[in-house]
Design a protein around this ligand. Structure first.
Ligand code: ADP
Ligand code: MG
Length: 339
């Protein structure tokens, strides 16, 4: 017998799942991103027990053609890129074709979907990577995916999870960021029947900020923008009196994709100069637009870390734009502000 053998497909999917599907929040992220890529205008996320029991994502997007649903669960199958060139101009959130097969290899997944021109929809049931059922279904256009019993066959992963409260906070965090980066989609999040977020999806960032941080806090945030030859930035930052004890209230969006980047978060904080108390950080939602050729999103499977050319230049632009805006605010005496 040869020593080197190709891995069985399900096993390979489970190994990929180790990177893509770390916790319930990663499943929520992947499913909602798929719904966004499908051009949905409404996405409802319903979880039970912080997603450990069930995660359901319902969208009204394009749906998947009935004869392609099995393919959606095959690794490296994607409708989003076809050539190497596409990889350098990615506009969709997904492109690796890894999420569905990875999730289905470590959970019990039912996907029901219908495209606009199909007469009926289709339901596919996959558990632990094995297809259990495929049948036609009656449903409106869009996709509904139900993930039950996440990590039922990978006990080590299950054991590694934090408390329900922590897992739910991670789900909230991801949904909030996706909502902030997609103000034109009505997004709701419900856990055990309790509504945690509901955005209106009318394209207004401020409305999304209100839905997430509350109306009172939203009023303490001011719009700012900045521009140079390579970058355009636009967003809201809190007045120095609205602060938080962590940097996690700074949401960064790059070409509509939310990212994590310490250098850029710190650049925003630096824009406040000495106006923040030690250990306090602003709330911010900042959208940065640049030529997709200047970003490499293919750095990590979850795509939250990206590589940006001219990052230092972008950081300086952020600091300067925030600084200028905050300075300008201070010139207006409080008494005149609400006139
Ligand atoms: P990727 O998003 O990287 O393409 P996924 O495994 O997440 O890979 O999804 C595989 C394919 O299934 C997608 O390319 C898309 O064609 C289809 N798909 C998944 N979810 C949806 C959805 N909610 N609506 C429409 N199509 C979907
Ligand atoms: Mg995807």
């Amino acid at each position: 017998m040869p020593k080197i053998k190709e891995l069985e497909e399900v096993l390979a999917d489970q190994i990929a799942a180790g990177e893509v599907v770390e916790r319930p929040a990663s499943v929520v992220k992947e499913l909602v991103e798929n719904a966004i890529d499908a051009k949905s205008t409404q996405i409802d996320i319903v979880v039970a027990e912080a997603g450990l029991k069930q995660i359901k994502v319902i969208d009204n997007g394009e749906g998947i053609p009935a004869n392609e649903v099995e393919l959606a669960f095959r690794r490296h199958s994607t409708s989003k890129i076809t050539s190497r060139d596409d990889l350098f101009r990615i506009k969709t959130l997904g492109f690796r074709g890894e999420a569905l097969p990875s999730i289905a290899s470590v959970a019990d997944v039912s996907l029901e979907t219908k495209t606009a021109d199909a007469v009926s929809g289709v339901l596919l049931h996959v558990k632990g990577g094995e297809q259990l059922e495929k049948k036609s279904s009656v449903r409106p256009q869009g996709t509904e995916i139900i993930v039950n019993d996440l990590f039922y066959n990978t006990p080590a992963r299950l054991k590694y999870l934090k408390s329900l409260q922590t897992e739910l906070a991670a789900i909230s965090d991801i949904v909030n960021r996706l909502a902030l980066s997609h103000n034109n989609i009505a997004i709701s999040l419900t856990n055990n029947g309790r509504v945690l977020l509901q955005t209106v999806g009318n394209g207004d960032v401020q409305q999304t900020i209100s839905a997430i941080y509350g109306v009172k806090n939203a009023r303490q945030m001011i719009a700012f923008n900045g521009k140079d030859l390579d970058f355009k930035i636009r967003g809201y930052v809190s007045l120095p009196k609205l602060t938080r004890a962590t940097k996690s209230y700074i949401s960064l969006l790059l070409n509509g994709r939310y990212i994590k980047n310490f250098q850029l978060s710190n650049a925003i904080i630096r824009g406040y100069g000495s106006k923040l108390m030690v250990g306090r950080y602003p709330v911010a939602v900042v959208d940065m637009t640049l030529d997709p050729l200047l970003v490499d999103v293919n750095v990590h499977p979850t795509k939250q870390q990206v590589r940006i050319s001219k990052e230092e230049q972008l950081a300086q632009l952020l600091t300067k734009s925030v600084y200028d805006r905050i300075a300008q605010e201070n010139l207006i005496p409080d008494a005149l502000k609400n006139l």
